[in-house]
Design a binder for this molecule. Sequence first.
Ligand code: UDP
Length: 237
Amino acid sequence: MKYKRILLKLSGEALMGNQQFGIDPHRLEQYAQEVKRVKELGVELAIVIGGGNIYRGIQAERTGIDRVQGDYMGMLATVINAMALQSILEKHGIYTRLMSGFKIEQVCEPFIRRRAVRHLEKGRVVIFGAGIGNPYFTTDSTASLRAIEIEADVVLKGTRVDGVYTADPEKDPTAERYSNISFQEVFEKGLSVMDMTAITLCQENNLPIIVFDMNKPGNLYNLVVGEDVGTLITAKK
Ligand code: UDP
């Protein structure tokens, strides 16, 4: 096994599956299966989940809602997804803890770094809900920050595409996938991987990112055991 402690970033949008909104139960079930397989390897796993399938702060301004208020609404959306994920993981016999970036005491523990690390050491999957708890951030930035804090070996950014491409593969058929690329190149070429804050945090703290297709069954497992899956982003190529 290549990685001992990983931080997996799942987007809220991916949870929609083919729906227009909300949580697709089949997708949730698939994610639980993937997580179970890597847990069985003995990997320590933390998960940050987004909320784009329910609400994004950026939508707020269009509807007359204050941006900061909208961001908190977005953070609450991530808690809904996190609770769904927690429930399905527990159904599969996986021990979990849900930690929140702001206080929602009845359903989440507050995020306390040392405690999060302790949960991981005890083999629990730690889910981070409510982002970092501050407006004007995203769950991608949350993933980078929490990964650094818990000293994860890598950030695994699960998306719908199998890595970083020279152009958007859904629009440009000539787009090619990078097997590995440096942070510097990501900036220079303006490639959309994660938001800039998220990438900068990883670059400054020398934390590799792997962008991969989370929807392909077995991909997460293959990646963790060291197969060449997705695109690896590191300080040097
Ligand atoms: N958000 C925030 N601070 C955070 C994390 C999230 O304000 O630390 C808000 C922000 O409005 C964002 C929304 O929560 O749009 C949902 O998260 P995100 O868009 O990252 O979800 P994803 O794109 O992964 O589904």
